[in-house]
Design a protein around this ligand. Sequence first.
Ligand code: THU
Length: 130
Amino acid sequence: MNTKYKQIIKKAYEASKYSYSPYSKFAVGSAVLAGSGKIYLGTNIENVSYGLTNCAERSALFNAFSNGEKQVKAIVIWTSLFKVFPCGACCQVILELAENADIIIKTGKDSFKIFKIKDLLPHSFNRQNL
Ligand code: THU
């Protein structure tokens, strides 16, 4: 893992501390390394209606794009558990906004593995379908 990726992993961990997850008590942090080189953070924000919950990955991606970014080099998903992959909704959003990004997943206490969205969502509804 290169230095920049180590840095965004730490940032994703820090973002998880801001998790608003009173229902699941499952804190997730995400960090996006955008095309400009800047880092954008996100965390999961739950809602009493449950369905309005926003996952950490989508929060981070929307944060990056809301600040004018158009490309994503890498995105980290951080939880205290291992091998937590983005949910289906987040995979669809990653496909839309971060198709070529490295997706960094925690696989052990101090180990991380890089995936691509095509690994996680091999068959998708995508822009070629329209
Ligand atoms: N969650 C994320 O933020 N990202 C994931 O990849 C998995 C799930 C959140 C949503 C909800 O707040 C909590 O984790 C439990 O599902």
